[in-house]
Design a protein around this ligand. Structure first.
Ligand code: 8YV
Length: 330
């Protein structure tokens, strides 16, 4: 029997990247396409020093208490609302995530989803596929312009700034944003970006894009009141997390024409989607794929693997979320 540390790869991922773990560790992998149940995850984590996860596995106090040998959790996602960070820190378990490597790809997708929503691309494609295109008319699927419009960004972190660059520099958009902290003047200036209060953002944006992390304080940051503040011609795009938008309120707003359209890559309770959202035509729906380009998914996986190797070989984590856990563990 080998005395290499044992690690678990909780979701099927790129074989050649997982193979980089094998010289260092005894590796057990989820070879199925889906996620394990929580009980199975806990059972498979027994005796493991490290685990590779995605943004979906739940790492909570119950799991940590059931897996006392676990020292490090390496996620291939940038968002970590699936992990109870204080519970990890208390138990000396280090969490690493995958920032930066997915910024540009996620921004590409956010911008594409916003454009598809504004220009009614999927709605018109469905119409065409149903064989309903019998004649052409001047106002057929006429939507909103993106170029020159006001781009509102809620959550101006790395991805928010990358979307702002696309809007300001590529499409001549006027950029306004709301974030807990303001960007430095030298970051705002090249984008012509202006910090505004959240209500002003909602009132002024022609296209509002959500890119803020999920936490109890951002739960339902966009609900009925906020949707009513938006322009009836405005679009809403969410590439952040389900739960930031009240999906039931959004479905009602889309039906009532409170806003023009929405583009959603994330949902409350995904992978199930609010049934009313499935019936409204003016919404573009995608299954949480904003970071899903092959090079980026490989970079995310690779960073998680590098973190596992670094930490369990006694080195420094590359992208720690709770570096204070290291002191707690020693
Ligand atoms: C992931 C994401 O694809 O990184 C994140 O936070 O939401 C996505 O890029 C997803 O979490 C699966 O890991």
């Amino acid at each position: 029997m080998s005395n290499k540390p044992k690690v678990l790869v909780a979701r099927k991922t790129f074989d050649d990247i997982v193979d980089r773990l094998r010289p260092h560790f005894d590796v057990e992998c989820n070879e199925g396409e889906g996620a394990w149940t929580q009980d199975e995850l806990i059972a498979r984590l027994q005796g493991k020093a490290g685990v590779y996860i995605t943004g979906t596995e739940k790492i909570d106090a119950k799991l940590l208490d059931a897996c006392p040998e676990l020292r490090v959790v390496c996620s291939m996602a940038v968002g970590y609302n699936n992990v109870d960070v204080p519970a990890c820190t208390q138990r000396g378990v280090l969490l690493t995530n995958a920032p930066d490597v997915l910024t540009e790809t996620t921004a590409d997708f956010g911008f594409a989803l916003m454009m598809a929503t504004a220009r009614r691309i999927t709605e018109s494609e469905h119409f065409l596929r149903r064989g309903e295109w019998k004649s052409w008319s001047v106002t057929m699927f006429a939507g909103a312009d993106v170029h020159g419009a006001t781009l509102g960004i809620l959550g101006m972190g790395r991805i928010g700034q990358a979307i702002a660059r696309r809007g300001a520099l590529g499409f001549g958009m006027k950029v306004i944003y709301h974030n807990r902290s303001r960007l430095a003047a030298e970051q705002e200036a090249p984008l012509g970006a202006r910090w505004v209060e959240k209500d002003e953002l909602l009132q002024q944006a022609d296209h509002l894009v959500l890119v803020l992390p999920y936490s109890p304080s951002s739960h339902h940051a966009i609900g009925e009141r906020e949707l009513k503040l938006m322009k009836p011609t405005a679009t809403l795009t969410n590439v952040a997390r389900g739960g930031i938008v009240d999906d039931a309120a959004l479905a009602r707003a889309l039906k009532a024409g409170t806003i023009a359209a929405a583009g959603l890559d994330v949902f409350e309770g995904e992978p199930s989607v609010h049934p009313e959202l499935l019936t409204v035509p003016n919404v573009v729906l995608t299954p949480h794929i904003a970071s899903a380009s092959i090079p980026t998914r490989r970079a995310m996986a690779s960073l998680a693997v590098d973190n596992l190797i670094a930490v369990l070989s006694g080195g420094k984590p590359l992208t720690p979320v709770n570096p204070e856990a290291i002191a707690q563990a020693s």
